[in-house]
Design a protein around this ligand. Sequence first.
Ligand code: RB5
Length: 141
Amino acid sequence: MIALASDHAGFELKEAIKKHLLDNNYDIIDMGTNSKNSCDYPIFAKKAAHAVATGQCEKGIVCCGTGIGVSIVANKVKGIRCALCTSEFTAEMAKRHNNANMVAFGARVSETEDVLRMVDVWLNAQFEEGRHQRRIDMMED
Ligand code: RB5
């Protein structure tokens, strides 16, 4: 199960990610927002992060204008490792080295088609464990 959330600036990108995931048979929960009306990103990013932190969802994807606000919010929730991704390389390394359980995207930064490729790369990458697990354990302490 993948949690999705955005503010108004990320709404259309979230909808595109939702369609892409549903088309590819992923189960998703949409935590809002549900329109392009102005809203406060912490409300929605926090909902998605809590869904991941509590185990309701395995992963989460959050969007805002830059991806910065939603990633900061998500990373304040214990157990969340949310990577703000801007390229296929960062999306892949977010999983391989950081075992990111959430990713964030900026709708005013990245093209939708690029984001959909980043989502696929992140979902299909494998965590490398070993020294990377030791470093993750250090950040969770
Ligand atoms: C909204 O205008 C914008 O500030 C928000 O989407 C996000 O980019 C914040 O980090």
